[in-house]
Design a protein around this ligand. Structure first.
Ligand code: TZP
Ligand code: MG
Length: 224
């Protein structure tokens, strides 16, 4: 079920891990319990062409070993060439309905949205989930909008109760609880894990916290 995949959604490219080897960081994150991975290779010195393909392929193989879905940010052709598990696009990328047509109905399609109107169009185009943010200030995205807290998430969750939402932007284990209170299925994050001294430990702590929150919310947990 898509909601379980979205619980702890790690996003990373080669520019996000400072001096650490991104492949090592990804493996530690996988060992720590991330539930989904998005390959987001962006920035001035980011990998291009064949180098990008080979790096993405390595990441995907690692994800497959841990049975964690591998999603490609923006680059639909790369996702198709790799037979990735899905694609995530923003509002400035290819139109969601076109992407859905290209990748087929069985792949995961995620769309970043910033208001109810964009959420409406995303679900109409066949998005499996939407990303809403930035919840808090972030330094991981150059063109990030003004942080909106969880207000937009609440509005989208109210209007489209069956559309899974992930919150994104500046999220850490200390500040993620409001995302779930606002109806989020999970958190998407870069630096909390990619810049952590111990990415495995960090991912493990994040996962434990999220699982605890979601267990409390589950109707089954009311009947011990
Ligand atoms: N989209 C909105 S905020 C963001 C993206 C890709 C960056 C999230 O990174 P971090 O380090 O978790 O704030
Ligand atoms: Mg994009």
């Amino acid at each position: 079920m898509i909601n379980n995949i979205l619980r702890l959604y790690f996003i990373m490219g080669s520019m996000n891990t400072k001096q650490n080897d991104p492949i090592e960081v990804l493996e530690l994150a996988l060992q720590g319990g991330i539930t989904c991975f998005q390959f987001r290779e962006k920035g001035v010195a980011s990998k291009q062409g064949q180098e990008k393909f080979l790096f993405a392929e390595k990441c995907m193989k690692l994800c497959r070993t841990y049975k964690v879905p591998f999603i490609v940010n923006d680059d639909v052709d790369l996702a198709l060439a790799l037979n990735a598990d899905g694609v995530h696009i923003g509002q400035d990328d290819e139109i969601a309905s076109q992407v859905r047509e290209k990748i087929g109905k069985d792949k995961i399609l995620g769309v970043s949205v910033h208001n109810e109107e964009e959420a409406f169009l995303a679900q109409k185009a066949g998005a499996d989930y939407v990303g809403v943010g930035p919840v808090y200030a972030t330094s991981s995205k150059e063109d990030a909008r003004t942080p909106a807290g969880t207000k937009v998430m609440e509005q989208v969750a109210f209007q489209y109760p069956y559309l899974p939402i992930v919150g994104i932007g500046g999220l850490t284990k200390e500040n993620l609880a409001p995302v779930f209170k606002a109806g989020g299925a999970g958190v998407a994050l870069i630096s909390a894990i990619a810049s952590a001294e111990n990415p495995q430990h960090q991912a493990k702590q994040l996962r434990a916290k999220i699982d605890r929150i979601l267990e409390r919310e589950s109707p089954l947990s009311e009947h011990p």
